[in-house]
Design a protein around this ligand. Sequence first.
Ligand code: ADP
Ligand code: MG
Length: 332
Amino acid sequence: MGEFGLINRIKAKNVTRRAETIASIGDDAAILNPIGKQVLTSTDMLVEGIHFDLSYTPLQHLGYKAVAVNVSDIAAMNAFPVQITVSIAISNRFSLEAVDMLYEGIFAACQAYNIDLVGGDTTSSNSGLIISVTVLGLADAKQIAHRSGAKPGDAICVTGDLGGAYLGLQVLLREKATYLANPDLQPDLSQYDYLLERQLKPEGRTDFIHELAEFGVVPSSMIDISDGLASELLHICTASGVGASIFERQLPIHDTTMLVAEEFNLSATTCALNGGEDYELLFTVPLADLEKIRHLPAVTPIGLIREKQDGAFFVTEMNEAIALTAQGWVHF
Ligand code: ADP
Ligand code: MG
């Protein structure tokens, strides 16, 4: 079909929702009007074989996730996403239907997050698939939350629950190995639905940014959890020049995560601390602000910001303090 045919096909299915989008796909550049706001932008690139494996990742989910992880970066600044551009490099092993499925996921995410696809680039690659999404977000200057604003005495909170996406990946990797050994086996994965969704279809927590605005709270610092709680908390500590203590007994861990961690002989706590890709928000607030939002189901307080010289540590259920280390999430 060729590059222009493909772009026209994408354009024909594209919907513009936002007043801030003046002109979208079709000219040399999109035209946007931020209407007096601060503009935030962030980019994430996903490479086949490094960030995703198409043997167990449906293309619709991949498209959705590529958008969601970018939305998550804007949410982490306490801002709202408004537009994205999507650039793809595809090899000839991908059919037109495959590209359609990818864009089905991208369009579904645009609808879910109320954002516009306003452009991108299309090119061929020698082998795999590469998707790069750039997101634009808007915020009032005084709303923006940086990594650097945490103060001793602030509460440390997370949204949602942790460790599920990592265990979802372990389930997928195990099923892939089983399948390769015996392609006739049809696994029943229904008991893992929650974890598979956490891995394959994560959400950027824009919903929570709306709630913060509703209750008039701006976090003193915030970051999204893409590489694991421990690593992200250390980023906040470094950027803010503070220490921290978090408590094992307060970590939000889903029942399914608990059960499946046991099945894999893993510690659910380790999954919550070091597992990647939950895309929940880690944030800090002064105690007075915590009182305004702690009733929200999304919010779990997990610890306190301390003075820098106290260090950053994790307190186990046995009351042992362990220094936090950034296990991170290394993709090679
Ligand atoms: P140029 O040669 O000026 O870079 P292109 O032919 O690459 O123009 O793109 C034409 C239009 O289509 C532009 O508006 C561009 O942003 C948009 N576009 C190209 N590829 C994609 C894509 N994969 N998804 C969405 N929009 C795209
Ligand atoms: Mg181009």
